[in-house]
Design a protein around this ligand. Structure first.
Ligand SMILES: [Zn+2]
Length: 248
């Protein structure tokens, strides 16, 4: 497994003070809103997927086990510690809480995690079509290459182990035959990356259908886009910048 180059992200200054009621209320509402958005855009169906947000005291608000994310109410949201233990006698947390605690553990710089099952992106993992390839300019600037973790059984430690190294070097990771993980400064940022991931996957799918393959952007074009990224001050782990998983 590859490791990222360069400096590791800086941790946020998290105080040990208990998260305030306002912060928790805002967080619960945001999780419901983004859950509805994921559901309405077919990025998750049924009771699939899960979303979380790290609070200022390093506890995590997370969607509960078995809930349909398109119909969440703020009181459904539960709170866990970094070991995934439920706090406040709340509802049982998502069975995939391990994805979230792993992400927060290896990425002290992030505040939100969205795990979804975007259909075109998952189909590409099944067809072994490489999402690391630079194809769409906006994705090169914002996300970079999208690495895919080998298949691991959902809800097990095996799954956390399969994504740990990739999350260190990319904000957007696919899990083969399963789904996506996108992380960011806040929930909308993590959702934006998921939305862009599925849109890109759909374009790749359509192109493969039309001509049976596709060509990446030439290296000079990628260089120019990465320069633009620097000028725009776009941050976030980008495998086209840290070369994680791309150099053999
Ligand atoms: Zn899943």
């Amino acid at each position: 497994m590859n490791t990222p180059r360069g400096n590791m992200p800086h941790a946020h200054d998290s105080s040990s003070r208990e998260a305030g009621a306002d912060e928790i209320t805002r967080g619960r509402r945001a999780l419901c809103e983004i859950g509805k958005l994921c559901y309405s855009r077919n990025l998750i169906v049924g009771a699939d997927g899960n979303l979380s947000m790290r609070l200022s005291d390093d506890t995590i608000l997370i969607t509960p086990a078995g809930a349909m994310k398109g119909f969440l109410e703020p009181h459904h949201i539960t709170r866990v510690d970094m070991a995934g233990r439920v706090l406040d006698n709340g509802p049982r947390a998502s069975t995939e809480t391990g994805i979230h605690t792993t992400a927060y553990e290896v990425r002290p710089d992030i505040r939100a995690v969205v795990h979804a099952h975007p259909p075109h992106a998952v189909a590409l993992t099944l067809a072994d079509i490489d999402l690391q390839m630079p194809i769409i300019p906006e994705v090169v600037v914002t996300i970079g290459g999208i690495p895919t973790a080998p298949y691991a059984t959902p809800g097990t430690h095996e799954l956390g182990d399969s994504i740990r190294d990739l999350l260190r070097c990319s904000d957007t990771v696919m899990m083969r035959s399963h789904g996506s993980i996108t992380v960011g400064d806040n929930l909308m940022d993590a959702f934006k990356k998921l939305d862009m991931l599925e849109h890109t996957a759909r374009i790749l799918y359509l192109t493969h259908t039309l001509r049976g393959g596709l060509d990446p952007l030439p290296p000079e074009a990628v260089e120019k886009l990465l320069h633009t990224r620097k000028i725009l001050g776009v941050t976030g782990m980008n495998t086209l910048v840290n070369r994680c998983g791309l150099d053999g």
